[in-house]
Design a binder for this molecule. Structure first.
Ligand SMILES: Nc1ncnc2c1ncn2[C@@H]1O[C@H](COP(=O)(O)OP(=O)(O)OP(=O)(O)O)[C@@H](O)[C@H]1O
Length: 412
């Protein structure tokens, strides 16, 4: 696997190497390591691909995407508010955040479909500000597949190549290659109306990849699809992106999608970056209560603090976290899967044990989610998850919860 991280916050060290990063992938067929050329010949479903996908002709330079202090306002709304970061070539980056946080505006500025008020977008050190969208050689896939309804899948894929000067035979050959790549070789003559949503989005992806773009931009490409298709296509897009080594930026408001697909997630809130990091780091070390609540579920415990430690609901909580600091700490966080069931206790529960009452039990197949209202603080419901075959409590049961000191996080 390629060394990580592929993206760096502006303040961190940027890559100055001129060598293309080496990506090592294993052939799904043989399990052995593949060369770049070989890697190009698998299609979306991981099957051998019969044609040839030419890697983008970028020489040996690294095409780092640099977002430099971008600002975009619409009237009173600051959609993008001094955003800066860098994406190294070959990375898969997700913009994640609630509705209206500026994800799409940021992506559209990168694509050249929106003009920033100030700041710059650079690719491989070249300022793209004056370059119109159609000349940027970026592939873009939108939520609404945006296919021409009167054109076959093959013509849709080849369409963008015409204005790039490809001959008819080259276009046809390329379109067939690309449809093969996305597992639709046998659907080339179908109209979009004769295809499923998932197939149409594969055609849109094939069209975006056809001109060998230097950057792939995906704007909620899976949100119109049903859950099962979305899940399959999610894995296929990620696997294809890794095989082609194409730098990809995807907008999503679906945290599961971002966690499953991205090398790096940029969490946005109100036009600003809340945190940038590897999905695991965001989950285990959220930089703010906002990130903690947005990436997975986090139980937030309002606490007071005195000499003996943190106090929550008549319980003293020990926290391992190194030097939680002397600042004004008002809340601690703990993930549902980190909470354990303790043996029953009355009012004099030991440290880190919170007695309560079961308020909700939800069976979710592989796990059961339980909500517990602490006896001494009934308005702060704690959620925990029980896996496998274990005694599942019933509504109204008394249940004591252990909040391990190592799992409690100080929330800034
Ligand atoms: N063309 C526009 N004119 C006016 N306001 C706009 C325009 N485009 C976006 N906005 C505003 O800018 C802010 C950011 O919008 P944007 O579409 O980038 O958010 P988003 O995070 O992609 O949201 P969603 O997930 O709902 O698509 C919002 O307040 C939105 O209303």
């Amino acid at each position: 696997m390629r060394a990580f991280p592929p993206i760096s916050a502006r303040s961190s060290t940027t890559s100055t190497s001129k060598q293309r990063p080496t990506t090592e992938t294993r052939s799904p067929a043989s399990g052995r390591r593949s060369s770049n050329a070989e890697r190009d010949r698998w299609n979306l479903s991981g099957r051998r691909y019969s044609g040839r996908i030419h890697p983008p002709s970028r020489g040996t330079s690294i095409l780092t995407l640099a977002i430099d202090d971008l600002v975009k306002t619409f009237g009173e709304v600051k959609a993008v508010d001094h955003v800066s970061f860098e994406v190294e070539e070959g990375a898969f980056v997700c913009f994640l955040g609630p509705s209206g946080c500026g994800k799409t505006t940021l992506l559209r500025i990168i694509a050249g479909l929106e003009q920033a008020d100030t700041g710059a977008v650079r690719l491989g050190g070249v300022d793209m500000s004056g370059v119109p969208a159609r000349k940027r050689n970026f592939g873009v896939v939108f939520q609404s597949y945006s296919l021409f309804p009167n054109m076959s899948a093959q013509r849709n894929v080849g369409y963008g190549l015409e204005c790039r000067g490809w001959s008819k035979s080259e276009r046809q050959k390329r379109a067939c290659e690309m449809l093969d790549l996305v597992g639709l070789a046998d659907q080339a003559r179908k109209l979009p109306s004769e295809m499923s949503g998932g197939q149409q989005q594969r055609v849109a992806l094939a069209r975006a990849l056809a001109p060998n773009p230097s950057l792939l931009l995906l704007d909620e490409p899976l949100s119109a699809l049903d859950a099962k298709v979305r899940d399959t296509l999610r894995q296929e897009i990620r696997s294809l992106q890794q095989r082609l080594g194409i730098t990809t930026v995807m907008v999503t408001h679906d945290q599961d999608e971002a966690l499953a697909m991205a090398d790096t997630i940029v969490v946005l809130n109100g036009g600003k970056i809340e945190q940038i990091g590897h999905p695991r780091d965001l989950y285990t070390r959220p930089a703010s209560a906002f990130v903690a609540g947005f990436i997975g579920h986090m139980n937030v415990l309002p606490v007071t603090r005195n000499g003996s430690g943190f106090h929550f609901s008549n319980t003293i909580l020990d926290v391992d976290e190194a030097d939680p600091g002397q600042g004004d700490i008002r809340s601690l966080g703990i993930r549902p899967e980190a909470i354990e069931v303790a043996s029953s206790h009355g009012a004099n529960a030991p440290r880190n044990v919170v007695p309560g009452e079961v308020r909700a039990v939800t069976f979710l197949g592989n796990l059961t989610r339980i909500e517990v209202a602490p006896d001494a603080q009934k308005d702060t419901v704690l959620t925990l998850e029980l896996h496998g075959a274990c005694d599942i409590p019933k509504l109204g049961d008394g249940l004591s919860l252990r909040l391990p000191s190592h799992a409690l996080k100080v929330l800034p």
